[in-house]
Design a protein around this ligand. Structure first.
Ligand code: IDP
Ligand code: MG
Length: 149
């Protein structure tokens, strides 16, 4: 099964949205396999967002993502990367459809609630930044036979 890295950003932790956001992925049928509340060290944030280095929003992005605790998570499921991106909505919350997380809870791109990997390769890289292999839980859910054909 595909895995993806999701991270509830500091604004959403501060606003008390963790429970509602986690619930959306659970109800969809995705499986939570790791979760950790943490303040990201600056160097880790720079590694995670390395692809954006040099862009005009880079410094504010690093300041934002290290400004308070994030809820780091790994979720698993069929096509999990794309399914989770669909649930999150577009990068700019003003362009995100209502019903998506960013569409429902966010107002601007620079404070946009949640991160999700954009490909299976990114997911592998990002999971490795935030979790040790032994922190990922492998378990069966009896309800999966009512989730998948
Ligand atoms: P994504 O989070 O939807 O994958 P990316 O383009 O990878 O979007 O950008 C990473 C993060 O950088 C965004 O989620 C957002 O927090 C921030 N960001 C991207 N573009 C802008 C911008 O134009 N202004 C401010 N922040 C931005
Ligand atoms: Mg991205």
């Amino acid at each position: 099964m595909e895995q993806t890295y999701l991270m509830i950003k500091p604004d959403a932790v501060q606003r008390g949205l963790c429970g509602e956001i986690v619930t959306r992925f659970e109800k969809k049928g995705l499986k939570l396999i790791a979760m950790k509340l943490m303040v990201i060290p600056k160097e880790t944030a720079e590694t995670h967002y390395g692809e954006h280095k040099g862009k005009k929003f880079y410094d504010s992005l690093i300041a934002y993502i290290t400004s308070g605790p994030v809820l780091a998570m790994v979720w698993e499921g069929d096509n999990a990367v794309q399914v989770c991106r669909n649930i999150m909505g577009k990068t700019n919350p003003q362009e995100s459809a209502p019903g998506t997380i960013r569409g429902d809870y966010g107002m601007v791109t620079g404070v946009n609630i949640i991160h999700g990997s954009d490909s299976p390769e990114s997911a592998k890289r990002e999971i490795g930044i935030f979790f040790k292999p032994e922190e990922l839980c492998s378990y069966d859910r009896t309800l999966d036979k009512w989730t998948y054909e």
